[in-house]
Design a binder for this molecule. Structure first.
Ligand code: SF4
Length: 498
């Protein structure tokens, strides 16, 4: 018997090989550690949206082993429909092995409108693909579908004291796009049956579809034939341009260097350094000019943020980056002692006020502050200044005095082959300090990057005391390394111009 679902239908729509690999070799996927957190957040959004049309009946049923009891859910859905229930959530259907659970079925005009809930802030064509499959299954289960809609997040919403889900969500009528896609459903289902019957992996080359609509988890597997580095590692080249070079057989740096249409200096240098054994490139004058812009005392600042889809606190909005932590190193004078300060909010509370106050205590006005890729820190400080007008003067003074440690690298004053064309601190640091365990993020416990920090911090409020203390300790160590790394980078810049 052929069993299929809307998520598999969307995989097939993206790429038949993706569907086949997902069925036969899920172990070849590259796992994205933040995916689970995003999935959880998506579930929260789905739960919240259930109340959008008032009272509702949710048909989700679990078996004793924790898995969904699909048969019971289908049975309950049938009952709800015969009872003419106004709003059915997770309404479940099966038509000859084609299964789907609808986020919200809303009764209207003698039938039901189909609502698909997504945590994105806008409509994408893949949602019409998803809805067309659902409509096909439901119509073949004799449900009169009166409309197909997307429920997604309104990015303009700013939360008041209470969360207003009527304003948090926006509804987009997808009927036209869904009707266009609908005609493809029967042939795609036939195609899915064929793909499932293959014993050998289908042949499908990489291309634009590998990122559209989603970045494919099998990318590393499907690009294993490419040299390393390849065209796909080139600094700041659009993906479609990279695919174009790949299609023309230009995927190794030696070949790409002969293409005189590539004129971007940073890309050319990245390739030249990769194919030759060139020494580090150091423009001493450029680095000196940058260092002259800094003055003692020098502060090194780094923020960690979390990004919730549903705004938790008054005055915040969907997907806002809320700063919950900072690390701050400081050197008062030439040869002076390196001092360290830090702040980490209580998980489960609005971190902004306490953080803003402490930041003003820890960084005096009119001092030189450095950040690495300062646009991020500057934007967060500006948002804090807008939220707390009484601290605005001091906060904006800090913001206006921030200098960017990224400049010497991004401007091309300092480059080494090991940077691989990237100027992020995570690439620059190991390139400047290879084999230095104290500067290696891999040696940290629990938190190794901003994504992990962002995931772990909100979870602390639900952890037992000891586990929470450990998680807080790991967060502090991670953020401290970020600013310690900046200090070391600054020292290195001073050293190479001597
Ligand atoms: S990486 Fe591209 S070609 Fe490979 S399975 Fe994914 S979408 Fe298909």
């Amino acid at each position: 018997m052929f069993y299929f679902s809307k998520s598999k239908y969307c995989l097939l729509w993206q790429c038949p090989k993706l569907l086949w690999l997902n069925k036969n070799h899920p172990e070849l996927k590259t796992n994205d550690p933040t995916l689970e957190a995003r999935f959880e957040a998506g579930n929260e959004v789905g739960d919240l949206a259930m109340g959008l049309f008032g009272d509702f009946t949710e048909v989700t049923v679990y078996k004793s082993n924790g898995s969904l009891d699909i048969a019971k859910m289908i049975e309950l859905t049938k009952k709800c429909i015969s009872d003419e229930t106004d709003n059915i959530c997770e309404a479940s259907f099966d038509y000859n092995g084609l299964y789907c659970a609808v986020d919200i079925l809303h009764k209207e005009n003698g039938g039901y409108a189909l609502y698909e809930v997504k945590s994105s802030t806008d409509a994408h064509h893949i949602y019409a693909v998803d809805l067309s499959y659902q409509k096909y299954v439901l119509e073949h289960c004799d449900v009169n579908i009166t409309g197909t809609y997307l429920v997604c997040i309104d990015s303009n919403y700013v939360r008041g004291e209470e969360l207003d889900i009527q304003k948090l969500f926006k509804i987009i009528d997808m009927s036209e796009e869904v009707n266009d896609e609908y005609q493809n459903v029967p042939s795609l289902i036939e195609k899915a049956k064929r793909v499932y019957s293959y014993t050998e992996e289908p042949i499908k080359d990489i291309g634009l579809h590998c990122r559209d609509p989603y970045a494919c988890a099998y990318w590393n597997y499907c690009t294993k034939h490419l040299p390393s580095p390849s065209v796909f590692d080139l600094y700041r080249m659009n993906f479609d341009k990279k695919v174009e070079h790949y299609r023309n057989g230009e995927y190794d740096f030696q070949t790409l260097l002969h293409n005189d249409k590539i004129t971007n200096e940073k890309q050319l240098r990245q390739m030249l350094f990769a194919v030759s054994n060139q020494d580090d490139y150091i423009d001493k004058d450029g680095i000196k000019d940058f260092l002259y812009t800094l003055s003692y005392p020098i502060y090194f600042l780094d923020f960690e943020t979390m990004q919730g889809i549903i705004p938790e606190y008054p005055g915040t909005w969907p997907y806002q980056q809320l700063t919950f932590q900072y690390s701050l190193h400081c050197i008062e004078k030439p040869g002076g002692e390196l001092k360290h300060k830090e702040f980490l909010a209580e998980s489960g509370t609005d971190p902004r006020r306490a953080l803003a106050e402490r930041l003003c205590e820890d960084i005096p006005k009119d001092v030189c502050v450095t950040a690495y890729n300062k646009a991020f820190e500057c934007t967060r400080i500006k948002e804090l200044a807008e939220a707390f007008p009484d601290l605005s003067d001091h906060l904006l003074n800090i913001k206006d005095n921030i200098k960017d440690l990224l400049v010497p690298f991004q401007s091309g004053y300092y480059y080494t082959k090991a940077m691989g064309g990237s100027f992020s601190i995570k690439s620059v640091l190991p390139a400047l300090f290879p084999n230095n365990p104290s500067l290696d993020y891999h040696n940290l416990e629990g938190v190794h990057n901003g994504g992990e920090a962002m995931t772990i911090f909100p979870q602390i409020k639900n952890m037992p005391k000891q586990e929470a203390e450990k998680a807080r300790h790991n967060l502090l160590k991670y953020c401290e390394l970020d600013t310690f790394a900046m200090v070391k980078v600054w020292e290195k810049l001073n050293e190479v111009v001597k």
